[in-house]
Write a protein of this length. Structure first.
Length: 130
């Protein structure tokens, strides 16, 4: 339709504005925040020997990410002990479920999730074998 003017007040032509754009960007960045890596357990033998692995992938291990004392997310390690989790930015404590009766547990036990970053972090479960 030649000669027809665009209505700048129409919702299709109205700019989002700085606040709307920023809010949308923060939502996208929060969705991209998280961790990925592997979970291993060890030692798996009382004596570690040269050329023989002293740890192994913790396939099926459940990581529990808690924030402000409340469980936020649980993730199970898959093949090769690999895990991936999306988390809102902030500080989390991390534990293994169920809690092992021996060993020092999970390391690291505290993580920081940065906005818009999917960081690589490997976890280690101490088996208590000495």
């Amino acid at each position: 339709m030649a000669g027809r003017a665009h209505d700048s007040a129409s919702p299709l032509h109205r700019p989002l504005g700085q606040a709307g754009t920023m809010r949308g960007l923060l939502v996208v960045l929060a969705a991209l925040s998280g961790l990925h890596g592997t979970v291993s357990r060890g030692p798996i033998t009382p004596v570690c020997r040269v050329g023989v692995p002293c740890d192994a992938p913790a396939v099926g291990a459940v990581l529990v990410f808690s924030r402000r004392g409340h469980s936020a997310v649980r993730v199970r390690a898959g093949s090769g002990g690999r895990y991936s989790v999306h988390l809102e930015p902030g500080y989390y404590t991390v534990a293994i479920s169920p809690v092992p009766r021996i060993g020092f547990g999970l390391r690291p036990a505290r993580v920081h999730i940065a906005r818009g970053i999917d960081a690589h972090l490997d976890f280690s479960i101490d088996t208590g074998i000495r």
